[in-house]
Design a protein around this ligand. Structure first.
Ligand SMILES: CC(C)(COP(=O)(O)OP(=O)(O)OC[C@H]1O[C@@H](n2cnc3c(N)ncnc32)[C@H](O)[C@@H]1OP(=O)(O)O)[C@@H](O)C(=O)NCCC(=O)NCCS
Length: 373
């Protein structure tokens, strides 16, 4: 497709925003896409602009190029092309990523032109494949259900048309992902107490501590080390350094994250880590006045386990179950009635079995796209 096609008098152009004003315009597009909804998660605009201006803790290993499609003077779509040197080295794969994708309805021609230029820019930089819908710490997959509901914290609630745009641009489904929810009812909480006790029993020797009990700053480093080891061969992951994780997580020390996140140790060695959050919807989601969230979606009643990992040598001994059980019990103590177990690959049976044993059910489905060049 031509870079600047014309349609019935409306000029379509694809631009690379660079000025502060242009980056602001880029960051504001989600407000046009989602603001008519009863509830949605607005982006952290400053964080996004920092990333686009190479002022993020992750900038050292990233090249990020934003693109906007404009029709008749108005921004109608956006995406950022990313080259993540850490990912490329880790997997020895020349794979680029498209993150930040958002688009207004009915702008298919402009969207196609923008995606074409973004993909082309990655090809010119030597990338042999492009992924959209998962980039560690940067982007999350595209929803294929619950389109009008508040998604789980961090996840997308994109319009259904986004799938059409990626298929039209030559992408295929690379991976499916599942989001789970467990109801924190008395019978399930009793099961969690048994799981936590089994780990602590003599013989098992597994000690579970919250990040606050462990020491929050030391816990961030322990989480980084355990997660890098546990996720080493996990599709889509790339290692993160302690220096990158600290500024992203330190500000959470005064929040319930410190009480809901867990570490597991055997003989004084950290072997497992869980990062969990309370219901942030009351503070961070935009909820229309008078709109009521279902309690399993938000409004103060849904916590979420965002990330769980156990190093290979400690697997199959109930460490994951014990950490998640302790995290979910701590959520129940703080009046949460549901716990999310967020984003599991469809084929990650160890994690899906963990979710099932925690009494969780599939409550959301997502996709990541890929195009080989
Ligand atoms: C997923 C993971 C955290 C499980 O940790 P673990 O401590 O070995 O899990 P547990 O011993 O507590 O077992 C939990 C359940 O999973 C099952 N399970 C564990 N490993 C399994 C495997 N390789 N295949 C199938 N089921 C498995 C257990 O049998 C148990 O189910 P049960 O209660 O029905 O018996 C661990 O494999 C891991 O860190 N994987 C890499 C990172 C990852 O995928 N994290 C999750 C991202 S969503």
């Amino acid at each position: 497709m031509a870079a600047n096609p014309k349609v019935t008098g409306d000029t379509i152009s694809v631009e690379r925003p660079t000025s502060r004003e242009q980056l602001d315009e880029f960051a504001r597009l989600p407000f046009q896409v989602y603001d008519a909804r009863d509830a949605w998660w607005p982006p952290d605009m400053q964080n996004e602009i920092d990333l686009l201006s190479r002022r993020s803790p992750l900038s050292a290993c990233l090249e990020v190029t934003p693109f906007c499609a404009r029709r008749a003077g108005r921004v109608v779509a956006r995406v950022s092309a990313v080259i993540n040197r850490r990912y490329i080295e880790h997997w020895n794969e020349q794979l680029g990523q498209l993150i930040h994708f958002e688009a207004l309805e009915g702008e298919d021609i402009a969207i196609a032109a923008m995606l074409d230029q973004a993909v082309q820019s990655l090809r010119e930089r030597g990338m042999r494949a492009v992924r959209s819908g998962f980039a560690a710490f940067l982007d999350y997959p595209y929803a294929i259900d619950n389109y009008d509901l508040l998604p789980s914290f961090l996840l997308r609630g994109n319009p259904p048309a986004y799938h059409r745009y990626f298929k039209e641009a030559g992408f295929v489904t690379e991976k499916g992902q599942v989001d789970y929810t467990a109801p924190l009812v008395p019978e399930i909480l009793a099961r969690y107490r048994r799981m936590a006790d089994a780990a602590a029993m003599a013989g098992a020797g597994i000690a579970i501590q919250s990040w606050r009990e462990f020491g929050f700053l030391a816990a961030i480093d322990a989480w980084t080390d355990v997660t890098n080891s546990a996720f080493d061969r996990h599709w889509g992951w790339n290692p993160v350094t302690r220096a990158e994780a600290r500024p992203m997580l330190t500000s959470l020390w005064g929040t319930p994250v410190a009480d809901l996140s867990m570490l597991a140790s055997i003989d004084g060695q950290c072997v497992g880590a869980v990062f969990s959050v309370p219901d942030f919807s009351t503070a961070l989601a935009r909820v229309r006045r008078g709109a009521r969230l279902e309690p399993e979606r938000g409004g103060g009643t849904r916590g979420a386990l965002i990330n769980i990992g156990v190093v290979a040598r400690a697997r199959g001994r109930g460490v994951a179950l014990a950490m998640a059980a302790r995290s979910f019990l701590a959520m129940a103590q703080r009046k949460m009635r549901f716990a999310g177990y967020t984003l599991v690959l469809d084929d990650n049976w160890a994690s899906r079995r963990t979710a099932l044993s925690l009494g969780a059910h599939v409550t959301g489905n997502f996709l990541t796209y890929r195009r080989d060049l």
